[in-house]
Design a protein around this ligand. Structure first.
Ligand SMILES: C[S@@+](CC[C@H](N)C(=O)[O-])C[C@H]1O[C@@H](n2cnc3c(N)ncnc32)[C@H](O)[C@@H]1O
Length: 234
């Protein structure tokens, strides 16, 4: 797969993570050591303000919660809060990664026991609507074989043809998306339109759908074993 990577030929692998409001670089061995200290990892792609990550980490102290977003500023307030003592709302079992999914180094491949994508916009939304097998495969590879994958898309956007045209997106085709997801190792178990609160508890879920008539296109499935054959060992 020809996804751009921060891993240059012979270069040290580097990932940018937020520690409070500071971006620091972490190399692959340090990240691998961190991964090994947790029995379970949950990854949220396009995490936005990262509150889903912090809340999950506080509820599940034995699991590592990883948020990935292209925009560091979105995650700063939560990354700062995460550094506080647990009594003050902090959680050390969090990692906030600053990267567009298209550029995410493959150091995270095979990490996730559960993988989430919630209400994406921009190029992340485009990947699901186009659909773009290269970006979708990049996402799916983060999940372990057999890991659960949850995707929630804003169906109300798909229902607004004019808005879709303004976003320069083609009409949403669920059948095509399911087939593309299947081809990149995401076995879809259910895909349905839900009205109102879907219980995901992210900021955009609350903003967009909770208590309103806006709809969510919810996809749930697992990373297939077949795909795992070509995945790196974890
Ligand atoms: C509407 S917000 C949703 C945030 C969060 N998931 C929630 O439900 O509250 C969409 C997020 O996707 C991020 N995003 C868009 N394209 C991305 C990409 N290619 N890679 C990583 N993040 C991306 C944006 O920066 C933004 O924070």
């Amino acid at each position: 797969m020809s996804v751009p990577s921060l891993f240059g030929e012979g270069e040290r692998a580097v990932v940018r993570v937020l520690v409070g409001k500071t971006i620091v670089e972490q190399d692959a061995p340090a990240l691998a050591r961190l991964r090994e200290t947790y029995a379970r990892v949950v990854v949220d792609i396009g995490t936005g303000d990262g509150r889903f990550v912090l809340r999950g980490a506080r509820e599940e102290p034995d699991a590592l919660y990883v948020g990935v977003d292209a925009v560091a500023d979105n995650m700063v307030a939560t990354a700062q809060k995460a550094r506080k003592k647990p009594a003050k709302g902090g959680a050390s079992n969090t990692l906030f990664v600053v990267s567009a999914i298209e550029q995410l180094p493959d150091v995270f491949d095979g990490w996730a026991d559960a993988l989430h994508v919630g209400y994406p916009w921009g190029s992340l939304l485009r990947a699901f609507v186009a659909p773009d097998p290269e970006v979708l495969e990049r996402i799916v590879r983060i999940a372990k074989p057999g890991a659960q994958i949850f995707v929630r898309l804003n169906q109300s956007v798909f229902d607004d043809g004019e808005y879709m045209t303004r976003l320069e997106l083609p009409p949403f085709d669920p059948t095509r998306l399911a087939a593309t997801l299947g081809s990149v190792g995401f076995e879809v178990e259910s895909a349905e339109v839900l009205a109102g609160d879907v219980g995901e508890r992210t900021t955009w879920e609350r903003r967009l759908v909770a208590g309103s008539h806006r709809k969510t296109y919810a996809i749930r499935g697992v990373r297939s074993e077949a795909m795992a054959k070509s995945a790196p060992a974890t």
